[in-house]
Ligand binder design. Structure first.
Ligand code: SF4
Length: 327
């Protein structure tokens, strides 16, 4: 059921509405605010819901790489494109746990396990459930991204201790068919519902810089903000350059201020969601990352391998040793 407007008490505003009925024109009006006004508004909302000096850290491991039957036009792991990526089998549990332990010791509080599948087979899910339980025992939050799920598979992952499931909408409804043809946006929304119904928190965002317009980026935010519940985490990925995929021919990197504006609009429209700077941060200067934190981003990946390619942490983030980063 679509919730209309929920009212939330908070410290700095008497009543802050949490909305699920955003119009595209409203998102555009926010995006077009004078920059200082937009940042001020986003920062005020950020402060009313989060500790403004805390940034969550997460680490991601590809537990099964390449050979994916989906045709996501941005992805090095799709079997539809010649990207030179070597497909691998599902990693052994001991190796996954050892990597998670290293990530925890390096400061990550959440560990995400990513597999390049259209959807997991039940026998693969047995292995992933064991991995989830073992990582949970390290005291970390767990996240997985495995493709589409049935309700029963989502329930099994929850039982194993999965905290978050990542499944992105990727882009706006209008641009979606230009990027993926092997599964529909509705397929994705159905998986998000199964995840939510199983009691798993939702991590859902998208990718910018694939050749979409600002209207598509805002359309993606409107789509996310009008889901039955806002995703608990909203990753914003900047497309990682990958040779051999169709997006390589259309990609256009957004300018830095456009990225900061988008983060600010995400913060305003989804006030209680954690907004994560995900893949593509190697294209962002430390100054731009700081600007995005001021605009309301409050999570970053500190791992190396992300789903759309290989992402290296920036120089400043390599040195993170604690679970919270003071900025
Ligand atoms: S993004 Fe995921 S589903 Fe799409 S091709 Fe890559 S691994 Fe497969």
């Amino acid at each position: 059921m679509i919730h209309a407007v929920r009212m939330k008490q908070n410290a700095s505003h008497d009543v802050e509405p949490i909305r699920y009925d955003w119009e595209r024109a409203e998102a555009e009006a926010l995006y077009d605010l004078p920059f200082a006004d937009l940042m001020f508004r986003a920062q005020g909302i950020h402060r009313s819901h989060f500790d403004p000096n805390h940034v969550e850290t997460a680490s991601l491991l590809s537990i099964k790489t390449g050979g994916c039957p989906e045709d996501c036009g941005y992805c090095s792991q799709s079997a539809h494109y010649e990207t030179g990526l070597k497909a691998t089998k599902l990693m052994a549990q001991a190796d996954v746990v050892a990597t998670a332990r290293r990530a925890r010791d390096a400061g990550a509080s959440r560990f995400c396990m990513a597999a390049a599948w259209r959807n997991p087979k039940d026998r693969d899910l047995d292995d992933v459930c064991d991995m989830v339980s073992a990582v949970k025992e390290l005291g970390m939050e767990t996240c997985a991204t495995l493709g589409m799920l049935t309700p029963a598979q989502a329930a099994r992952l929850r039982e194993a201790g999965l905290d978050f499931y990542n499944h992105n909408v990727d882009t706006s409804p209008e641009f979606y068919d230009r990027i993926i043809t092997t599964r529909t946006l509705q397929d994705r929304i159905a998986t998000l519902a199964h995840v939510r119904d199983a009691g798993i928190k939702v991590c859902c965002g998208g990718i910018i810089g694939m050749g979409e317009g600002v209207e598509d980026r805002l359309g993606m935010l409107v789509l996310l903000a009008n889901l039955p519940s806002h995703p608990e985490s909203v990753p914003i990925n900047l497309w990682n350059e990958v040779k051999g995929v169709p997006v390589n021919d259309t990609a256009e990197r957004p300018d830095p201020i456009a990225i900061a504006r988008l983060v600010a609009v995400a913060r305003i429209m989804m006030p209680r969601s954690v907004v994560r700077l995900s893949a593509g941060r190697q294209y962002m200067t430390d100054e731009l990352q700081a600007l995005c934190f001021l605009a309301g981003a409050n999570s970053i990946f500190i791992g190396d391998v992300l789903e759309t390619g290989i992402s290296r942490t920036s120089s400043s983030n390599k040195n993170m040793k604690s679970r919270s980063i003071l900025i």
